[in-house]
Design a binder for this molecule. Structure first.
Ligand SMILES: Nc1ncnc2c1ncn2[C@@H]1O[C@H](COP(=O)(O)OP(=O)(O)OP(=O)(O)O)[C@@H](O)[C@H]1O
Ligand SMILES: [Mg+2]
Length: 397
């Protein structure tokens, strides 16, 4: 069953051009994205991982620095040292999270004047800092560029830490809703000079529009909105088209969404919801990677639910070990502590296994779930990433 799931996952990665690693924060998305890209490179593909805020040591081994968002190719020798020679390449690129809206505006502004007006606008500055989804949107925008440049045949997308896996998928739609032409027209109407507060009391429609903008942006002080929309007017057409293009890219059959989850998460209870939301967006869930699963230790010769029972069972080896190491400690206390630790680990492992099974049961038919154990140390270099391939894809050739 699990061997089958692993080879299914391998088929999914091998059979798609874009793989988006979605999932809530801290579950190992960045690590997973990097390891999937490495897998592609080792199988001869020109792979790139669009990564977000990788841990320092992982960033170093991928060759991406803390600033800048230019693609960096991993040295072919470093790839070669992992085993079979490959004609594939591995490139990493860090999503620049700071100033990304500015960059977008600069890129699309029809003139320097328009650009400067927008960048100097107070509303814009607030908006660009607080618009929920700007990171998600920028990741999608960047994905569009990597796709268009034609240099890669496998693009793995790490997604920004969000509370819910679905947030990432909603970003383009939310931006489109925000840029809704009907709304824009309200603000860019020639001769429209009414102040914000007048506008607010004008009628229900306007009240609705304001709430829509406030919902999308979280910005309440909207003093310079009219100006902003005036300057932005010329950008909207371009934006809308672009958003539609990247949304289409996300919905393309060559794009796969893989959920990275942890066995302790709340999201585990919501898999039906998540899967149906993804299907509704025509971005179906293709596979699940359950990361950092605590595995049940075998060979415990006592009732592993009882600290006293385990402590009694290990009392004499603990005493001998302490004597041999000439450690002055109470064997009984040490045995009790070790036993408590083991009992807690086993309880957690049983919980992980149970939650994983419930989760698996709620998955749409045919969606594979693979498990990666919680490894004793961090994964921060290429060899560490490669060591995950066996868990993810089964036998590695
Ligand atoms: N299976 C594993 N076993 C042990 N350590 C792991 C495993 N997977 C990931 N880690 C470690 O967990 C830490 C967090 O992983 P990672 O940065 O990939 O998470 P993330 O989901 O991207 O987090 P964030 O949401 O904050 O971006 C890293 O130090 C990584 O090395
Ligand atoms: Mg991350």
């Amino acid at each position: 069953m699990s061997a089958q799931a692993r080879s299914r996952l391998a088929e999914i990665v091998d059979g798609h051009r874009i793989v988006v690693c979605a999932g809530s924060g801290g579950v190992g998305k960045t690590t997973t994205a990097a390891t999937l890209a490495l897998w592609g490179a080792l199988r001869g593909r020109r792979a790139i991982v669009l990564t977000i805020d990788p841990a320092r040591r992982l960033a170093d081994s991928l060759g991406v620095g803390p600033i800048g968002n230019t693609p960096c190719q991993v040295e072919p020798e470093a790839l070669g040292s992992l085993g079979a020679p490959t004609s594939g390449t591995l490139t990493a690129m860090m999503l620049d999270q700071k100033g990304s809206w500015d960059e977008l505006v600069s890129r699309h502004a029809p003139s320097e004047d328009v650009r400067d007006n927008i960048l100097a606008n107070t509303f814009y500055r607030q908006l660009s800092q607080s618009f929920a989804g700007s990171q998600e949107y920028m990741a999608v925008e960047q994905l569009g560029e990597l796709d268009a440049c034609g240099r890669y045949d496998l693009i793995i997308v790490d997604t920004p830490p969000t509370q819910h896996a679905i947030d990432f998928l909603e970003a383009p739609d939310r931006l489109l809703a925000f840029l809704d032409k009907k709304i824009v027209r309200w603000f860019v109407r020639p001769g429209f000079t009414a102040g914000w507060s007048t506008l607010q009391t004008m009628n229900k429609t306007v009240g609705f529009l304001l709430r829509k903008i406030e919902d999308a942006t979280g910005v309440v002080a909207l003093g310079q909105v009219t100006d902003f929309f005036g300057s932005m007017g010329e950008l909207f057409d371009g934006f809308e088209e672009r958003v539609e293009r990247v949304t289409a890219l996300l919905r393309d059959p060559t794009t796969a969404f893989v959920l990275v989850a942890g066995p302790g998460e709340q999201v585990l209870g919501q898999v039906d919801y998540l899967a149906s939301q993804m299907a509704e967006r025509q971005m179906p869930l293709k596979g699940v990677i359950m990361n950092r699963v605590h595995e049940l230790l075998s060979g415990v010769e006592a009732d592993e639910r009882s600290t006293e029972g385990v402590a009694a069972a290990i009392a004499s080896p603990v005493r001998r070990a302490l004597e041999a190491a000439e450690v002055d400690a109470s064997p009984q206390e040490v045995a009790t502590q070790l036993a408590a630790n083991l009992v807690a680990w086993q309880a957690r492992a049983r919980g992980d296994a149970l939650r994983t099974e419930i989760f698996r049961g709620g998955l749409p038919p045919g969606v594979p779930l693979v498990q990666v154990p919680d490894l004793p140390s961090d994964i921060h270099d290429l060899a560490g990433l490669a060591s995950l391939h066996g868990f993810l894809f089964g036998a590695v050739d």
